[in-house]
Design a protein around this ligand. Structure first.
Ligand SMILES: *Cc1c(COP(=O)(O)O)cnc(C)c1O
Length: 440
């Protein structure tokens, strides 16, 4: 696309980032510690971030951007919120890790249990990936079954048996979606399309007695934002219950963001197990999984299911999570985030209506996605065409030039925080109008 400028031109705007990236590529595979950060979907050099403050990030070259990535979800209070910083600093002064129980773990667990009724007990880990791995292990132990069902387009971290792509056909055996994952590891994973009750029904009829758990992001937010019909989620609850399988809500993004009680509260559906991450750590590495006491009781040391972690329940990380939840409660965070989202939607819709190509806004609370699908925003994992991807790349760079940092992929959801002000949202809409006009 003509508006996609050559990389060299962009690099001249970001010489420090370009230099750091070159150095990084020598010592870190692809120059990054998580692939999406490398800007491969949009081209150009990834920005190296030197500092974050409130709703802004500052790159290594000193440029400021309105941040719509929010570290991919954790930063619900914005960068370096004074209350979170104070709690973390205070905890740091008491040492960084003990490898023994501490009060902060109990306090955060009590908070999670109070917020999320389906979680009678909770255990902390250090990432969302670990939370999901552990939830699946305990689900298998509890049911004495092996099969796991997931949905195409839902992301549950990078555990082997979940790095699975749908094969051809509807209810399929999973194929490994990554090298290094043996077929044998994914042989116990089934992949279904979202929003397809017939495929779901058919799979449960065929293999229901062997299914340990069905896992879903109740608001899928890792292949764009794909809000599901309530009837579909209700059907998942019914079928899993009928067949003695567990329903796992992966609330790593939605938990403590959409509502105090996550997507489960929003939809009024109680899962058997839930996984958390991102917001619950307030920017520190924390994951958690929880569920009914009778299921969680299977975990060691009481039960026969092993699960552990050197830094699990880390006191500094617990302090960040506690401060973030306290802030959300104190400042009516969830109501304010919904209001912010609605305000942004009202500003963006007229701008998008002027675009020379289709751009669809999908928003739920403080999450939103610009879908460039010509056929309309999908409800299932639908790939972007080459032309649609090129448009996203051009839009991304046009926004970056105007000081707005969107996630660097057309499949990624944008995150608002409590730090985004009305002025920030107005600036975002203005930049979008200009960017779309420049791309016309
Ligand atoms: C981010 C994410 C994960 C993985 O969490 P990590 O902390 O990156 O390991 C799992 N599930 C969902 C829904 C996520 O968005």
């Amino acid at each position: 696309m003509s508006n996609l400028r050559p990389n060299t031109l962009r690099e001249s705007r970001h010489p420090r980032s370009a230099e750091l990236y070159q150095r990084a590529c020598r010592v870190i595979p692809g120059g990054v510690n998580s692939p999406v950060r490398a800007f491969r979907a949009v081209g150009g050099t990834p920005l190296f971030i030197a500092r974050g403050a409130g709703a802004q990030v500052f790159d290594a070259d000193g440029r400021a951007y309105l941040d719509l990535v929010g570290s991919w979800g954790p930063l619900i209070a914005g960068h370096a919120h004074p209350a979170v910083l104070a709690a973390v600093t205070e905890a740091l002064g008491r040492g960084m890790t003990y490898g023994a129980p501490c009060a902060a773990e109990v306090e955060l667990a009590e908070q999670v249990v109070a917020c999320y009724p389906a979680a009678e007990q909770v255990r902390f880990v250090s990432s969302g990936t670990e939370a999901v791995m552990s939830a699946i292990r305990v689900a298998r132990a509890f049911t004495g079954r092996d099969l796991i069902v997931k949905f195409a387009g839902c992301y549950h971290g990078h555990a082997d048996h979940l790095l699975v792509a749908a094969g051809s056909g509807l209810a399929t055996f999973g194929r490994p979606s990554s090298a290094g994952v043996p077929e044998a590891f994914t042989a116990c994973t089934r992949v279904l399309p979202l929003d397809d009750e017939a495929a779901l029904q058919e799979l449960f009829q065929r293999e229901g007695a062997r299914i340990a758990a069905l896992i879903i992001e109740p608001l899928p937010a890792n292949h764009g934002l794909l809000p599901q019909r309530r009837e579909f989620l209700t059907r998942l609850r019914q079928l899993t219950s009928e067949h003695g399988a567990l329903l796992i809500f992966d609330e790593v993004i939605s938990g403590f963001r959409l509502a105090r009680g996550g997507a489960a509260q929003l939809f009024g559906i109680a899962p058997d197990l839930a996984t958390f991450g991102k917001v619950i750590g307030g920017g520190m590495p924390v994951g958690a999984f929880g569920g009914a006491r009778r299921i969680m009781a299977r975990l060691a040391p009481d039960g026969d299911t092993y699960q552990a972690g050197t830094l699990s329940g880390n006191p500094v990380a617990m302090a960040a999570g506690l401060a973030t939840l306290a802030l959300l409660e104190r400042e009516s965070g969830w109501e304010r985030l919904e209001a912010r989202g609605a305000e942004l939607e009202a500003l963006l819709r007229p701008a998008l209506a002027q675009a020379s190509f289709p751009v669809h806004l999908v928003r739920v609370g403080s999450l939103f996605w610009l879908s460039l699908h010509e056929a309309g925003a999908p409800r299932t994992a639908l790939a972007l065409s080459e032309r649609e991807r090129a448009r996203f790349a051009a839009l991304f760079h046009a926004m970056l030039e105007r000081g707005i940092y969107l996630p660097p992929s057309g499949y990624e959801t944008c995150f608002l925080s409590l730090a985004h002000s009305s002025a920030d949202l107005t600036r975002c809409a203005q930049a979008l109008r200009e960017a779309l006009a420049a791309l016309a």
